[in-house]
Design a protein around this ligand. Structure first.
Ligand SMILES: NC(=O)c1ccc[n+]([C@@H]2O[C@H](COP(=O)([O-])OP(=O)(O)OC[C@H]3O[C@@H](n4cnc5c(N)ncnc54)[C@H](O)[C@@H]3O)[C@@H](O)[C@H]2O)c1
Length: 320
């Protein structure tokens, strides 16, 4: 079995390949050979274990993710994970992959894929609210999709925004990076806004007249009581795109506006339909894309990482 570390993953894959793996996931999402159950949430007090299995034609696997919110107080990652990838023909384990890096890279690519299809080609400013592990990867991969000239990073804890800025500065040399504690100013000044926090309440509150033509990418909310996007945004947008329709039950960013009648069920659209129909939303409208994540993304990205690692002689073969 090949053990693939976070450093191996960095060396193995390019952003453009990650985005292609996410597009592949959307295209095979409804195929009969794709077998992806809803992920299991096992809650234990404030902590959560997510069990994410799935089969695609060429491979199957399981990602185990733990979310321990109090880790942040000890400066440890809130999210930890591991992915086991198996041969679809024999069931034999092929690889064990660092799940933290896999999750962050594939989620960055999910955000970037939404930007690729939904945001105006002229988008120049990217704003990210929540300066954690996801923020860094969202910035890195989304920035490949539009000619961004400025990146604004906001966190309620400014020092966290400073850390992400420092880490990105030598990776995004052509982009001016600024930090702020004011999410409303960030939203007004940005064309694409990514929310990547662990918040239970909307993280901004802006006059909706100032939101036209903006693209919102919701990453954080993964439980019914978690929210990031201001509710009035939903009154201004006709359709809301989701990576999986399971988002309707799973996350407050979809469930709460749905329960309040702010969006109609038929206007919650699987993002895969954008790829399969080729129909893009109107240029001037506010676009909302909400990701809760799904094991299908992990599988297509893990397969890419595994194949590239083998080709580039990365990782460590271990006999178990
Ligand atoms: N959609 C997906 O597939 C997917 C994948 C991975 C993680 N996530 C979720 O994304 C969220 C962020 O993940 P992470 O690993 O970056 O977490 P993290 O703890 O590393 O970072 C979250 C950051 O958000 C900040 N924050 C919290 N509330 C805020 C607010 N109201 N305003 C501004 N900043 C605020 C925190 O200070 C922290 O710096 C989590 O909820 C995680 O579960 C989603």
């Amino acid at each position: 079995m090949l053990v693939i570390s976070d450093q191996d993953i960095i060396k193995a894959v390019e952003p453009i390949e990650l985005i292609s793996a996410i597009e592949k996931a959307y295209i095979i999402q409804d195929k009969a050979s794709t077998n992806i159950p809803n992920r299991m949430h096992l809650n234990n007090d404030e902590n959560t274990l997510l069990v994410m299995p799935g089969f695609i034609e060429s491979i199957f696997g399981t990602k185990l993710v733990s979310l321990f919110p109090k880790n942040a107080e000890e400066n440890k990652p809130v999210l930890n994970g591991i992915m086991v990838l198996n041969d679809a023909r024999t069931g034999e384990p092929l690889a064990m992959i660092n799940g933290n890096k896999l999750t962050a890279m594939r989620t960055g690519a999910v955000g970037a894929t939404a930007v690729k299809y939904l945001s105006p080609f002229t988008a120049q400013t990217l704003g990210i609210i929540g300066a954690g592990v996801q923020a860094y990867h969202q910035a890195l991969i989304i920035s490949t999709q539009r000619p961004f000239r400025k990146l604004i990073i906001c966190d309620k804890n400014l020092s966290k925004a400073e850390v992400v800025k420092d880490n990105l500065e030598n990776r995004l040399e052509d982009i001016e990076i600024v930090v702020t504690v004011n999410p409303n100013e960030l939203v007004i000044d940005s064309d694409v806004i990514v929310t990547a926090t662990s918040s239970n309440e909307p993280v901004f509150d802006v006059d909706t007249e100032k939101l036209s033509n903006k693209t919102f990418i919701g990453i954080g909310s993964y439980k019914p009581d978690m929210q990031e996007i201001q509710l009035s945004v939903y009154q201004k947008t006709e359709k809301v795109y989701v990576d999986t329709l399971h988002a309707k039950e799973e996350c407050g960013d979809i469930k709460i506006p749905l329960d309040k009648g702010l969006i109609k069920e038929e206007n919650i659209i699987p993002f895969s339909s954008v790829l399969t129909s080729g129909k893009l939303p109107e240029e001037s409208s506010i676009k909302v894309f909400k990701s809760v994540g799904m094991s299908l993304f992990d599988l297509t990205v893990a397969e890419l990482i595994y194949n590239n690692a083998k080709e580039k002689d990365l990782g460590q073969e271990v006999k178990i």
